[in-house]
Each structure stands twice: as C-alpha cells, then as structure tokens.
Ligand binder design. Structure first.
Ligand SMILES: Cc1cc2nc3c(=O)[nH]c(=O)nc-3n(C[C@H](O)[C@H](O)[C@H](O)COP(=O)(O)O)c2cc1C
Length: 217
C-alpha cells in the first residue's frame, strides 16, 4: 500500500483569513456569544451545523470521542440524545465530565466546551422523543447501541419486528434512551488567523460569574 507520508504534498496548506476575535467585542456571556456564532452558521449553508464531537473518559481516564448532534442549548447547558447503555453513557456514569467540540470550516471557527454532564429529565426526553420521525423512534427500539450483531440482516429483522409491534400505535420512549445536558464550566472560541497566529478567547465560570481571557495560539 502507498503510504501517505506527507499530506502537505497533497493538500495545500490553508491560510486562515475569514475574521478575527476582539475580546472587548465578544459578549460577556459565552452562551450568548455561542448563540451569535450558531445563528451565523445557520444562516449559511453549512452542512450539519449542529454536529459536534463529544469526548468522554472512563473512570480510569481512558478517553473516547464521537460525533453527536446538538439538540438544544440555553444557560443550563448543551443537550444531546443517545442510548443510555452506549459506551459514552457508561463513561458519563463513571466520570461525569465531558467536552464538546464544534468546527465550522467555512467560518474558520472552533468552539470547545467542557463541563459536567447530567441526564435530563424523563419528561424532557419523552417530549423530544415524541417529536422524532417514527422510523427514528423504531430504530432506537431496535438497536442496543454498541453491542455486537451477527449481520445487517439481523438488525433489519429487529427493526421490522418493531415496525410490526407498533403498527397503528404510539411509540413509547425506550427506558435506555434519552438526553444528556453538558453544563459548561469553560468555553473557548477559536478563530483562525494568518500565519497560524490564531485568536483564542477562553471563558471560565467561577462562583457563578464568567470571565474571559486571551490564550496564545
Ligand atoms: C454527524 C453525526 C451525528 C451523530 N449524532 C448522534 C447523536 O445525536 N446521538 C448518538 O447517539 N449518536 C450519534 N451519532 C453516532 C455516534 O457518533 C456514535 O457512533 C454512537 O453514538 C455510538 O457511540 P459510543 O459507542 O461511543 O457511545 C452521530 C454520528 C455522526 C457522524
């Protein structure tokens, strides 16, 4: 196999020149600042604007990361939904700290959020589940996320059994499915700049108040 030894030979180095961050102009509350950036992304045609990497770690500190979709945010935190028996959920149970990373290439922007992760209420998960497309609800019932399965056919068989079981009926929330909320303790806004002298502004919450600080790139 030909090895990719020098990716710079294949992909031209990208210069960042979309914008800049002025700590005096960033909003005092990072959730408001996040909302401002998120609205800009939504107004553009960015694919999967709400896709984020979620990093968790086991009790022993062994990390794992994967993409999930942001389904809501406010001053209480950032919400995503998943299977409560998945690897991420087991890790959150063992070690309730996580980190989220957004990257919006068209804006040359990254946001990194870190904090404590908690399950949301059963009622809130129920409310969200009832608004999902029927097929997605059936898929949640059909999959023990992360468990091994013999074949694709075996998975589709489980799905079809659920289609039949709930035909003409309302689909209840599975007990192993629901939302988590990551309550931020730090939020970093990153904007690519020329010559890799990127702007990084870190907000930290202490005694209920947010302060911001510029970091070296
Ligand atoms: C763009 C994208 C969005 C995803 N959104 C979710 C999501 O919202 N919830 C979820 O459980 N898995 C989502 N996944 C699948 C996860 O990345 C992952 O495969 C799954 O949750 C199992 O992760 P775990 O075994 O580490 O717990 C998404 C994958 C991609 C690529």
């Amino acid at each position: 196999m030909n090895r990719f030894k020098d990716i710079d030979q294949i992909i031209p180095r990208q210069a960042y020149n979309f914008g800049k961050l002025d700590e005096k102009k960033l909003l005092p509350d990072p959730i408001h600042q996040f909302q401002k950036w998120f609205k800009e992304v939504l107004r553009s045609n960015t694919p999967h604007p709400n896709a984020m990497t979620l990093a968790t770690a086991s009790r022993k500190g062994r990390p794992s990361a994967r993409m999930v979709l942001l389904k809501g945010f406010d001053e209480n935190g950032f919400i995503f939904y998943t299977n409560y028996k998945s690897r991420k959920s087991k890790e959150i149970h063992e070690n309730p700290f996580g980190s989220l990373v957004f990257y919006w290439p068209g804006f040359e922007r990254q946001v990194i959020i870190a904090g404590r992760v908690k399950k949301i209420s059963h009622q809130e998960s129920e409310r969200y589940f009832s608004c999902r497309p029927r097929e997605s609800c059936l898929a949640a019932w059909s999959s023990q996320q992360g468990d091994k399965i013999q074949s694709r056919e075996a998975l589709e068989k489980k799905f079809n059994a659920m289609v039949e079981k709930y035909q003409g009926k309302q689909i209840p929330l599975p007990s192993n499915w629901g939302g988590f909320c990551l309550k931020p303790e730090t939020i970093e806004f990153w904007q690519g700049r020329a010559n890799r002298l990127n702007d990084r502004i870190l907000y930290t919450k202490s005694k209920g108040r947010w302060t911001k600080q510029r970091l070296q790139p």
